[in-house]
Design a protein around this ligand. Sequence first.
Ligand code: LLP
Length: 418
Amino acid sequence: MHDFQYHGEELYCEEFPIQAIAKEVGTPFYLYSLNTLENHFRAFDSAFSKVEHLICFSAKANSNLAILRIFVRLGGGVDVVSGGELFRAMKAGAPPGKIVYSGVGKRPDEIEYALEFPILMFNVESSQELVAIDQLAGRMGTKAAVSLRVNPDVDPRTHPYVSTGLKKNKFGINLQKSVDEYQLASTLPNIKVIGVSCHIGSQLTDVGPFVEAVQRIKELVRKLRAEGIQIQYMDLGGGLGITYDQETPPHPKEYAQSLLNELSGIDCTLILEPGRVIVGNAGILVTQVLYTKEGGEKNFIIVDAAMNDLIRPSLYGSYQRIQPVQRKNQIEIVADVVGPICESGDFLARDRQLPKVEPGELLAVMSAGAYGFTMSSNYNSRPRVPEILVAKDRFYIIRQREDYDDLIKGEFIPDFLA
Ligand code: LLP
C-alpha cells in the first residue's frame, strides 16, 4: 500500500494535492512519500526481527541525502558501491560501522576512503581486489574487515541486465573457488575475514532463487567454519521485487520467513541490502503534457519528462504505470508517452491505454522511486529535475531543480580557443 491515492478525481501524495506541488515547483519532478518510505523500511526491518540483523539500504536505488537520512534515523545502515555513495552515506549521518561496500571495481582511492572511517566491511569480488585491499590497509596501518561476495550460480529469473548471480555474470567469486579465496584471505596480514555475501539479482518476484542461494551460502559457511574460518556476518544482498504492473512479489514477511527457515541455528548476523522494495513504490515522477499528436500509425502524448529523467522504460523495456493527476476524461486512447529527447528510444510508455489528455495536464509515472533519479542524466543538456518529499500536509524540496549554469559547471574553454 502506498500514499499516492485519489481523493475524488485528484491525485494526492499523503495529504497534499500533487497539482498544487506542480504549481509551486514546476514540472517535471520526483515526488516521494515519507510515510510510505518509513512504512516500507519498518515492514522489511521487522520481518527479520527474530534474528540479529542489519538493514543496509542500497543507495544506488535512491541516494538523495534526505532519503538516506530517513532510513539512518530508523536504525538502518547503507550499502554503497562507490566513493561517491560512501560520501553521501556519511553526509546523511550513517554510522560507518553500518556501511557495507560492494562492487566489482573499487578504485584504490575509494578503498582508502572507506578504510579511513572504517566501514563495517568490504564485500570483495575478486582475489586481486583482496590483495589490493590488504596492501592499502597495510600502508595505512589498519586492518580491513571483509566478506567475500560469492556467486552462487542461481538463476534469478529476472531481466538479464539486472541478473547478477549466474556464473556468466561479472559479479562475485565462483562458489567452488571461494574456499581457496577464503584461505588466501585468512593468510593476508591486513585482512580480517568476517563474513560472506551474495546478491543474485534485482526485481525478483519469487522466493525460490533466494532460497536456493541461501542454501548454497549456508553450505559454504559450514565448510569455512570447519576450516577454522570465522564467519560472523551473512550478507544476502537485495533484490526483492515490487509491483509495477501485474507482478505479485512475496511480501517482505514471506521473503524473510523463507530465508530464516533455511538459516535456523546458523548463528550469523544477517545483513540485507534492499533497495527497490523500500523506495520503488514510495516515489513517482510527475510530468506535464506538452502536446498530443493523433492519427497516422500511432497516437503520441509528448510530455516534459524524458529518458534522461527516467531511463528504465528505454533501457529495460520496463513497465511504469501512468495515471492522470486529475481524472477529467472518461474517453480512453492508446498512445505512446514520449519525451522531448531526440531518440526514438525516448519513451515512458508504449501502446498504453490512457485517458485522453490535453496539453497542460499532469501525468504521474508511478513506481519511480527506485532507479529513477539516480539513473538520470543531463542528456540533451536537460537540467535534472527536483526531488520533493511530502510529509502529511507539507512538502519539502530535497533537491532543487538544476539550472543552465549547473549544466556547464566545471567546463572551461582553453585560452587558445578564446
Ligand atoms: N546489493 C547489491 C550488491 C546490488 O547490486 C543491488 C542492485 C542491490 C543490493 C539492491 O537491489 P534491489 O533490492 O534494489 O533489487 N537499475 C536496475 C536495477 C539494478 C540493480 C543493481 N543492483 C533497474 O532499474 O531495474
